[in-house]
Design a protein around this ligand. Sequence first.
Ligand code: AGP
Length: 613
Amino acid sequence: MCGIVGAVLREGSVLEGLLEGLRALEYRGYDSAGVAVGADGGVSIRRQAGRLEALESVLADGALEGARIGIGHTRWATHGPPTEINAHPHTDGGGRVALVHNGIIENYLELREELCGQGVEFLSATDTEVLAQLVGRELAAGAALVDAVRSTLARVRGYYAIAALAIDDDRALVCARQGPPLCLAVVAGGAFLASDPLALVRHTHELVFLEDGDVATLSPGSYAVVDAAGEKAERPAVEVELDEEQAGRGAFAHFMLKEIHEQPDVLARTAFDRIDEVEGDVRFTEEGWDAECLRSFDRVQLLACGTARYACQVAAFQLEGLAGIPADVDYASEFRYRSPRLSERTLALAISQSGETADTLAALRLARELGARAGAICNVPESSLVRAADCFLMTRAGPEIGVASTKAFVSQIVTSYLLSVAAGRARGNLDAGEGRALLEELRLLRPRLAQLLSRETHARIAEIAERHHEVKGFMFLGRGIHYPVALEGALKLKEISYMHAEGYPAGEMKHGPIALVEPGMTTVVIANKGPLAEKVRSNLEQVRARGGQVICVGSDAPSLALADEAVEIPETSPWLAPILSVAPLQLLAYEIALRRGCDIDKPRNLAKSVTVE
Ligand code: AGP
């Protein structure tokens, strides 16, 4: 995700403050950075690809010193490579406005085509430049900056946090929010905005948090907000308990918790601008996934380690169910030492958050040597895995700092779902109507996931953790597409709480693991509505009949009623249901580890990326 800062001062130079704000957002990861300042009726912009210090070195000439209004941005590329021309801030053709943006404009292509048809020439490959061009046209027609921004956003579909300043209005800084956070700090000497409180607490701990649909105008010592309906809105400041040493965690106690709560936004960023609603299809910007290519495979061999391998197992269900393609999954560390039989019609698909896992890299290289096409689903564009692949899809989860993978897992499943729909449409396994229905389910998933991460649900899970954080061990049971979720839930728990936890297919329980069941042993059962519900319910009853405590996570009401502890999840497409069933398990692992005093972000013996065998 990108970082945004802005400031307007009563006096003095805004530049150093902008850079300090960008440094506070450094944890977000960036591949370019830029600032724009307004002074003497003009806007000056400096942008640089690469690290923040590259921008600081070009600013050392002092040319931008002295301006009292400015905006800044650190970019995590989603549209267009991380080059200077794609770095923010962006302007319109006439240089009337400078604008920075965090998020994705889903309908940017149609707006861009419309503007090109009217003679507008775009310089970058970004969705953001479309916003700058539209605001610039409104300014040219005489609109004030706040009105130009509002009428532009009325035409936009997507989610965004933006900030803009205009040439001939160099005292007004305007910002808007729809999705990603945006907050303000207003003090006598000036007004400040940022995409993260971390960049503002040095001014004051009294911060204003904009709501979705808000557009705010900032002036030195004051601010005004209009809501989505265009009505004046009161957004009082709130006290924020935050110090800069929490850099990067924002207001969260741990990166893992922050990343769990980022998941609804990650889902949107991973998927929404890849959805073609009209055709009921998927559009990837990455090369090598066109319909002809998707028809050329007769099987998929999925390869990964750890959490990513559980995402592979979910992906196998999606590929077989939606695209009708046979799919196999193997641990990368095992695959390497088998005698795998692949062909040029095999897609070897490696999944990895870091793109640096040694076993996964080696397995993909072996698959390619054996004739397969080497594909990758990865979160780091410049990683070794992406460079080694013939074709890749980015998960766009943003930097995942917590060693225990959470948002990366969800983004991997979303990406494989999109790939499965695309392949299903290309191979005639899905018609346009089925495609549209499946993609609509993806849109509806974000509020459902956000609901599962609400304070109320989290509090209930914390109470469950309180009762189970000292039991002798855990078993996680799931069937079908929820079996890999059971494995992931067990891995999350063991990774950060150091408790013994095993994941099993629920149908396997009677073939041995049931011997583990006794009072003081907790079993987590994932029980969703559907053809397997009754079978899972009977597994749950068998555990309870032997004195084992049961935590049930799912949408099957009878199972939830039978359990000692219940966390209900909303219904969704069966192919996406793991994204909802895993969320409570992530929070359960977090709350148990918290009570056991473990180092949640840096668990013992682990590393974020296992770059050795
Ligand atoms: C997951 O929580 C663990 N950190 C670990 O299993 C991880 O998923 C595995 O090492 C694979 O990492 P990768 O996705 O970066 O390849």
